[in-house]
Design a protein around this ligand. Structure first.
Ligand code: NAD
Length: 367
């Protein structure tokens, strides 16, 4: 069985990965097909302070990678790389040097073009089975959006608009893991846009400062990013990290209607929602289309909006798929390729933002 090693025990490592691994172990053991050996080993230089944290109960917490690997067999380890983006490549290289081949790596894949190139070289040369965290694209909601894009029901996809808003003051004030709002929520939606509409070029990008009581955090207030896909689709990604409310929604505008996808907002509730609204057709067109060859007139069902609500525990499903692929040795490169394309566009956006004369300041509500 595979043994999890979670490197970096912050919000992602402890709050998401450790918790989800427990759910996955329970789920697969109950189904009679256990996938994961627990307890997980967690590694973080802050180990002494973290050992008593409630989220880490049942986890073996150590301070260094050497100590962690003394307790594990690299041949069966799945390393979850949950450190901040700037501490990504060096860690992956260190794990690979210790013989660890299977890794799940948090977004964004790399913090600079140089690190991304180095990571791709390492991936190829060391034969790593490297799975980037991609629970948005792997979600049931994204699966339904893909089906709408590929099906004919609403015509061609024309535009994607994503809104990812939340109040993120405390975390931005107390951690410096991210250089700008581009690295926080945007990597999820950017990967989804590329997945739905294909390769794209950056058209515009900007960030603004996060204004708190007594200070402003440069570029952490939010980000806008615009893409032009070679398929002709255009995308607008908006993330306001000083918003008073949470929102994670994707609107896909088609020739003949829209699909609005609402992703679960937090681990508190794993329900997703999808509202599909076909464009109203003229009554003449409806009458024309609803007369069958036999002369029978059917109700124009296609015009009715639908509102679906369904469970979408995307991170648990994502980890299950990743562990199954590791176990069978069938980890493909599709997700890695998509994450690399996402990382390249993020790099282009960072350059664009860095070249801007001053950070654009947005008043609240300017999303
Ligand atoms: N997929 C998601 O939904 C999601 C959510 C949150 C964060 N993330 C991503 O996860 C990554 C980590 O973010 P976070 O919010 O957890 O950051 P964080 O600051 O909360 O935690 C990072 C942890 O890494 C530890 N660390 C630093 N150097 C280390 C090393 N060499 N070895 C082991 N541990 C080390 C730190 O002590 C800290 O505990 C980021 O890239 C972030 O974008 C993803």
């Amino acid at each position: 069985m595979l043994q999890p090693l979670v490197v970096g025990l912050g919000r992602s490592g402890a709050g998401l990965h450790i918790r989800t691994l427990a759910r996955l172990a329970e789920r697969t053991a109950a189904a009679g097909d256990p996938l994961v050996t627990l307890p997980a080993v967690g590694c973080d230089p802050r180990a002494d302070r973290l050992r008593t944290a409630a989220a880490l109960r049942g986890t073996t917490v150590v301070a260094t990678l050497e100590e962690a690997l003394r307790r594990l067999d690299p041949a069966t380890v799945v390393a979850h790389v949950c450190t901040p983006p700037r501490l990504r490549y060096a860690l992956v290289a260190e794990l690979a040097a210790h013989g660890v081949r299977r890794m799940i790596v948090e977004k964004p894949l790399a913090a600079s073009p140089g690190e991304l190139d180095a990571l791709i070289r390492l991936h190829d040369e060391a034969g790593l089975a490297l799975v980037p965290v991609a629970h948005w694209t792997g979600s049931r909601l994204a699966h339904r959006l893909r089906a709408l894009v590929r099906g004919k029901r609403l015509g061609r996809l024309r535009r994607i608009t994503v809104d990812q808003h939340k109040p993120r003051f405390l975390r931005s004030l107390t951690s410096d893991g991210h250089d700008s709002a581009l690295d926080v929520e945007i990597p999820h939606s950017l990967a989804l846009a590329l997945d739905l509409a294909g390769p794209a070029e950056l058209r515009a990008a900007h960030c603004w400062d996060l204004r708190c009581e007594d200070r402003a955090l440069p570029r952490m207030g939010g980000a806008h990013l615009e893409l032009a896909h070679t398929s002709g689709v255009t995308t607008l990604l908006r993330s306001d990290l000083g918003a008073p409310v949470r929102q994670r929604s994707v609107v896909c505008a088609f020739d003949h209607g829209t699909a609005t996808a609402h992703f679960p907002l937090s681990e508190d509730d794993d329900h997703a929602q999808l509202v599909v609204t076909p464009a109203r057709r003229t009554s003449a067109a409806v009458a024309d289309e609803s007369v069958t060859p036999a002369g029978r007139t059917d109700a124009p069902e296609a015009d009715e909006p639908t509102h679906l609500v369904f469970r979408d525990d995307a991170l648990t499903d994502f980890l299950e798929d990743a562990y199954r692929a590791f176990r069978s040795g069938a980890t493909g490169t599709t997700a890695f390729t998509l994450a690399c394309a996402t990382a390249r566009l993020l790099d282009a956006a960072r350059e664009h933002v860095a070249a801007a004369p001053t950070a654009v300041s947005h008043a609240s509500g300017s999303r």
